[in-house]
Ligand binder design. Structure first.
Ligand SMILES: Cc1cc2nc3c(=O)[nH]c(=O)nc-3n(C[C@H](O)[C@H](O)[C@H](O)COP(=O)(O)OP(=O)(O)OC[C@H]3O[C@@H](n4cnc5c(N)ncnc54)[C@H](O)[C@@H]3O)c2cc1C
Length: 482
């Protein structure tokens, strides 16, 4: 079985034998980007396209962590559920933020073409399924997404979901025809190739060990050379470390592992007819068919690190539970990475002080959101655009570090009131506990319903038909319904 992960084994460079270039001479540039993951490379690509001189400094190699080890599903939105986003920033700003997240997905689509990234394997459509009967919730979600947030969505009835996905574990579904998937590893290396082509210089095996960001020209120190830049973009995710440890301490590290099965033959296509990604609303299952007859499947998230291989048996069992007809599948490959989860669930995008930018905290939905961050920051630096300010309400809040991922303390780099940040942390803990309770209850209920006979009432077609708009406007309805 092959195994790749960020921590236990360095993944091979997708470019295979391409020699990595280390920074071994002093350099002066307009923009220095720390980290060659999705976020750093998108900033570099956009900034180079807009004419800036750009250097990317990467401590390991391109796509070393989560950016080179993901499932490649590109959806609109954020880790924070839409209803909570509206509660947090109000309806109008939530709409704008949502539109930005859609633009991020479209940026990926525009660059992930066979011409620009050969073999990227873009396929259309993603399905979010429910573990329990939730017809009412589904209708209000469809209304909110379709009418208020201009997102193409279809509601799928239980029968359609079960027929397409090939299991009776799930109930209703929300189908996103504009969502898509790409080969995640090829995408991050494709971004690096495009950034290089646009003129950005990428130095690997070049960790940034310290930064002096006090002057107009900032100084960046690496083990073998120094660099000066007017702007620095910190895109190091949870590994940023020494250059600004207070920043990486605002992220809760969350590990996720995934597996690809051995070829499963024709029976897979007979059982799973749906070709896009399937994920359930409780973040338990996320999978899709790859290479014609294999399943790619993600494990649930953990807050501790393990070798990806250790998750093979658990993923194997889960596949058997969801698709008993497949029998015991063989796992051919495991991989994984760590994502940075913010306390408030939204990414960290913005300017910490003049010329010092941050792009991190993308959590489990990083493809569209890191693309969006890259565009926002590059355009702000080079064109003076200010839309990144929509992220200002989301403060930097300490996530607890190793000893107490539950303890609260405020970093306050962004200068917001400490009580607001402490409140965010308290709400975060409360939400985690509530989500855990809901997830457990839903799973128990789904298991009970799946084994109970007779099967629960299936919804009538009218259950799924969107209700006519109410007189008091859809916005209020939607925020209540989420
Ligand atoms: C198993 C799995 C499946 C996923 N599936 C999906 C999916 O289907 N769809 C989706 O949207 N998202 C998915 N994600 C999430 C997504 O992959 C991440 O959100 C995204 O890759 C984060 O990108 P990043 O650039 O912020 O961080 P990273 O990928 O961590 O990149 C940061 C880089 O910075 C470098 N670095 C850090 N500090 C320094 C320093 N001091 N000096 C130099 N370099 C430094 C690191 O070496 C690293 O290479 C998944 C994640 C995992 C783990």
């Amino acid at each position: 079985m092959n195994e790749t992960s960020t921590s236990t084994i360095d993944a091979p460079d997708a470019a295979g034998l391409r020699e990595r270039m280390r920074l071994s001479f002093d350099l002066d540039v307009d923009i220095c980007v720390v980290g060659a993951g999705l976020a750093g490379l998108t900033v570099a690509l956009e900034a180079a396209r807009l004419g800036a001189s750009v250097a990317v400094l990467e401590g390991r190699h391109v796509g070393w962590n989560a950016s080179g080890h993901n499932l490649g599903t590109v959806m609109p939105g954020y880790g924070l559920p839409l209803g909570e986003l509206i509660e947090r920033v109000g309806f109008d700003d939530a709409r704008e933020l949502w539109a930005l997240s859609r633009d991020g997905a479209e940026f990926v689509r525009a660059n992930a073409t066979e011409d620009l990234m050969p073999g990227i394997g873009l396929s259309e459509g993603a399905l979010e399924v429910s573990n329990v009967e939730a017809g009412d919730e589904l209708i209000s979600r469809l209304q909110m997404l379709g009418e208020d947030f201009d997102t193409e969505v279809e509601g799928w009835q239980v029968e359609r979901v079960r027929d397409a996905v090939g299991t009776n574990r799930y109930f209703h579904g929300v189908y996103y025809p504009r969502a898509f998937q790409v080969d995640g590893r090829k995408y991050v290396h494709g971004l690096a190739a495009l950034a290089r082509r646009a003129g950005a210089r990428i130095f690997e095996d070049t960790p940034v060990v310290s930064i002096d960001f006090s002057g107009i020209r900032k100084r960046i120190v690496t083990p073998s050379a120094r660099l000066r830049a007017t702007h620095i973009v910190l895109a190091g995710n949870i590994h940023l470390g020494a250059p600004l440890r207070r920043l990486s301490d605002t992220l809760l590290p969350v590990w996720r592992y995934a597996a690809v099965t051995a070829p499963l033959g024709e029976q897979l296509a007979q059982i799973v007819k749906f070709k896009g990604s399937v994920s359930d609303a409780d973040h338990v299952d996320h999978f899709r068919v790859v290479a014609g007859d294999r399943l790619m499947w993600a494990s649930p998230e953990t807050t501790w690190e393990m070798r990806p291989q250790h998750f093979a048996a658990a993923i194997q069992r889960r596949i058997r539970t969801v698709f008993p007809k497949l029998g015991r599948v063989e796992i051919a490959e495991t991989f994984g990475g760590v994502v940075g989860q913010t306390v408030h669930g939204m990414p960290q995008i913005g300017q910490l002080r003049k010329g010092l930018w941050v792009a991190s905290g993308f959590g489990h939905q990083g493809l569209n959101t890191s693309a969006m961050a890259g565009q926002l920051i590059a355009r702000s630096i080079l064109r003076g655009a200010e839309r990144w300010r929509l992220f200002s309400p989301f403060e930097l809040v300490w996530a607890g570090g190793l000893t107490g991922r539950a303890a609260g303390y405020v970093v306050g780099l962004w200068g917001r009131g400490s009580s607001a940040a402490a409140g965010a942390l308290a709400r975060y803990r409360e939400r985690l506990r509530a989500q855990e309770r809901v997830r457990e209850a839903r799973l128990a209920e789904a298991n009970r319903q799946a084994t109970a006979r007779p099967l629960p009432r299936r919804p009538r077609p009218e259950d799924l038909r969107p209700a006519p708009p109410q007189a008091d406007g859809p916005a209020n309805q939607s925020s209540r319904g989420a």
